[in-house]
Design a protein around this ligand. Structure first.
Ligand code: 13P
Length: 270
C-alpha cells in the first residue's frame, strides 16, 4: 500500500543544550515521566538530547519509559587521538538512538561546515544512529531572500555524501533567527521551507515520503499545535521549552494528538 504523508510518526526532541545538573535532570525526568505515563507510544516518539556527561544518568532515568535518548553532537572520526571528542560507538554504548548534527550553534560557534556536517551524518549512519540534521538560514540571509538557497545548499552536501542513505535521516529546519529569540516562524513560513526540503529529498530518494522533517525555533506550548498541523512538519526540536516539564508535556500532547499511525515496523528504524 502506498504510504501517505500522514504515515509519518511525529517526533518531538528536547534539546537541553548546555543546561542541566544531576539534581535538575532528576527532577525534570521525574516530571516528564509522570506526564507521559499514558503516552500512546504508537502515536509519537519523544527523545531527549542531553549533554554527553549526563548520558549515563539519563539512560537510567528513561529506562522502561517511552523516552528515547539523543546526543547533541558526535565526532566525525571513528576512534583514536581526538581529544575531547565523543564517538558514535560511545553514544551507542549508552543506548543513544538519535544524534543532532550540524546544529546552528555548532555551525556558528565551532565553525562546522556543510562538508563536516555531511561527514558526521555518515559516521552516525554507519554506527546505526539516526542523525537529526539541522538546517536553517540566518536573519540576514532571510532578509536577502536567500532562505531557500541556503537550506538547499546545506541539504545538498548531506545528500551528496550519503546518497540513498538519506532516507535514514531526520531533518530539523531551525531558522537561526527563531532560536532562543521567542520569535517563531509562522506555520506558513515553516511549511514553505519544509516543502522545499521535501521536494529536494524527493529528487534524491524514492523514500522521501517517509523522512521526518522537524521544525525548531522557539517552539512552545502555545504555538506547537498549528506548526505540527502542517502537512510537511513531522515534529519539533525544542530548546528552552524542553527544560520546563509542563511546557514540554503540552508540546508532546499536541504532537501525539496529531500523530498518525506508526510506520516503524520493518520500514524505518527511527
Ligand atoms: P529554542 O526552542 O530555545 O528556540 O531552541 C531551539 C533549538 O535550537 C533546538 O535545537
Amino acid at each position: 500500500m502506498a504510504m501517505t504523508m500522514n504515515d509519518r510518526k511525529k517526533l518531538i526532541v528536547g534539546n537541553w543544550k548546555m543546561n542541566g545538573s544531576l539534581a535538575a535532570n532528576q527532577d525534570l525526568l521525574q516530571a516528564i515521566r509522570a506526564g507521559i505515563a499514558d503516552l500512546d507510544a504508537a502515536a509519537c516518539t519523544v527523545a531527549l538530547a542531553v549533554p554527553a556527561p549526563y548520558l549515563a544518568q539519563v539512560q537510567a532515568l528513561v529506562a522502561g519509559s517511552a523516552l528515547a535518548l539523543a546526543a547533541q553532537d558526535l565526532s566525525p572520526h571513528e576512534a583514536g587521538a581526538y581529544t575531547g571528542e565523543v564517538s558514535a560507538a560511545m553514544l551507542k554504548d549508552f543506548g543513544v538512538r538519535y544524534a543532532l548534527v550540524g546544529h546552528s550553534e555548532r555551525r556558528q560557534y565551532h565553525g562546522e561546515t556543510d562538508a563536516l556536517v555531511a561527514k558526521k551524518v555518515q559516521r552516525a549512519l554507519a554506527a546505526g544512529l539516526t542523525p537529526i540534521v539541522c538546517l536553517g538560514e540566518t536573519l540576514p540571509e532571510r532578509e536577502a531572500g536567500q532562505t531557500e538557497a541556503v537550506v538547499r545548499r546545506q541539504l545538498a552536501a548531506v545528500i551528496q555524501l550519503n546518497g540513498h542513505c538519506i532516507s535514514e535521516v531526520v531533518l530539523a529546519y531551525e531558522p537561526v533567527w527563531a532560536i532562543g529569540t521567542g520569535r517563531t516562524a509562522s506555520a506558513r513560513q515553516a511549511q514553505a521551507v519544509h516543502a522545499v526540503l521535501r521536494a529536494q529529498l524527493g529528487a534524491a530518494s524514492s523514500h522521501a515520503g517517509r523522512i521526518r522533517l522537524l521544525y525548531g525555533g522557539s517552539m512552545n506550548a502555545a504555538n506547537a499545535a498549528p506548526l505540527l498541523a502542517q502537512p510537511d512538519i513531522d515534529g519539533g526540536l525544542v530548546g528552552g521549552a524542553a527544560l520546563k516539564a509542563p511546557d514540554f508535556l503540552q508540546i508532546i500532547a499536541a504532537a501525539c494528538a496529531d500523530g498518525g499511525p506508526a510506520m516503524e515496523s520493518g520500514v524505518n528504524r527511527q
